[in-house]
Each structure stands twice: as structure tokens, then as C-alpha cells.
Design a protein around this ligand. Sequence first.
Ligand SMILES: Cc1cc2nc3c(=O)[nH]c(=O)nc-3n(C[C@H](O)[C@H](O)[C@H](O)COP(=O)(O)O)c2cc1C
Length: 164
Amino acid sequence: MNILIIYDSFFGNTQKIAEAILSGFSPNNKIVLKNVTEVEQNLPEKIDVLIVGSPTRGFRPSPNTLKFIKSIGSKSFEGVKVAAFDTRINLETLKKAAFRYMVDKGGYAAKTILKQLLKKGGEQVAGPEGFLVDGEEGPITEGETSRAVVWAQTIESEIIRITT
Ligand SMILES: Cc1cc2nc3c(=O)[nH]c(=O)nc-3n(C[C@H](O)[C@H](O)[C@H](O)COP(=O)(O)O)c2cc1C
């Protein structure tokens, strides 16, 4: 399968999660990992799977991620299997209860990204997934990188299940 993983990252955490996701797919796939700022207007011709990840910033995807999604034509992802992930604050690392409550209630980037990918014709192969970072800038919470590897493996199994 041709797999494209697109990510944005301010402090490097989402990039590391994207790399872990890449490593979770079997090596017989052709996988390209791109920073969202490097993605041209037209995606490569033949993509079977598109995974988009962003840090959650103010309860939403990053501005560059939103800009990318907006720039894509309405039926561009028809026939493409899609999934979305984000990184987000590990609430256990926030001291103030009021802040914890607000962050939790505000929502996260992956849900918004996935909704947009589906709107452009993509076929969902996983629920929106969040990976935790400690505090506002990371590092990645222990165990989350391994969970990202497993998430990719689950996506690959699901694709094999629905296509065979
Ligand atoms: C300005 C700013 C806003 C943020 N907003 C949220 C938020 O609404 N919800 C959340 O869970 N984390 C929030 N975070 C934490 C980010 O999600 C965290 O910095 C990000 O996951 C790190 O990924 P990166 O290293 O790839 O940028 C925010 C961080 C910053 C600096």
C-alpha cells in the first residue's frame, strides 16, 4: 500500500509520534512521511492510506494543518482510507483542576481533522486518536510512543480485514 503520513509539530512530539506510526506499518508498504508545510497542493497520484496528525492547540488542529485541509479539493480523498491523530496535554501533568477541566472539555484536534478528511471523501479506518505529552511542550508521556506503533498495526490489520 502507498501510505502518506502528514504531521505538524512545534516542539517535535507529534513528529516523533508520526515516526512511531510509520514504524508500526509492515516494511512491504511504501510509506512517505511529510511535514504539513512540505505538502504540495496536489497530493501524490496514488495514495491508499492517508494519516494526518497535529498538535492540539487551543482545542483545535494547528493553523498549518487547518490550512492544508482547507486547500484540498472536495472529493480528493475518495477511495483513500483515512485516519487522524493528535498530541495533547496529559491532564495528570496539569496542577490546576480548573485548567484540567477546561482542557478536557475544550476538545481535541484529531476529531476535527478526521471529520474534514471524511468530508473530502475519505474512508475511515480508525477512530480519532490522541497521544499524550507531559505539560504544554512534552516530552511524550511514557508508553505513548509504543501505543502509536500499535495504533498503526491496528490500522493495517483493519485495512487487510476490509479489503480481503
Ligand atoms: C499555545 C498552546 C496551546 C495548546 N492548546 C492545547 C489544548 O487546547 N489542548 C491540549 O490538550 N493541549 C494543548 N497544548 C499542548 C500541545 O498539544 C502540545 O504542545 C503538543 O502536543 C506538542 O506537540 P508538538 O511538540 O508536536 O508541537 C497547547 C500548547 C500550546 C503551546
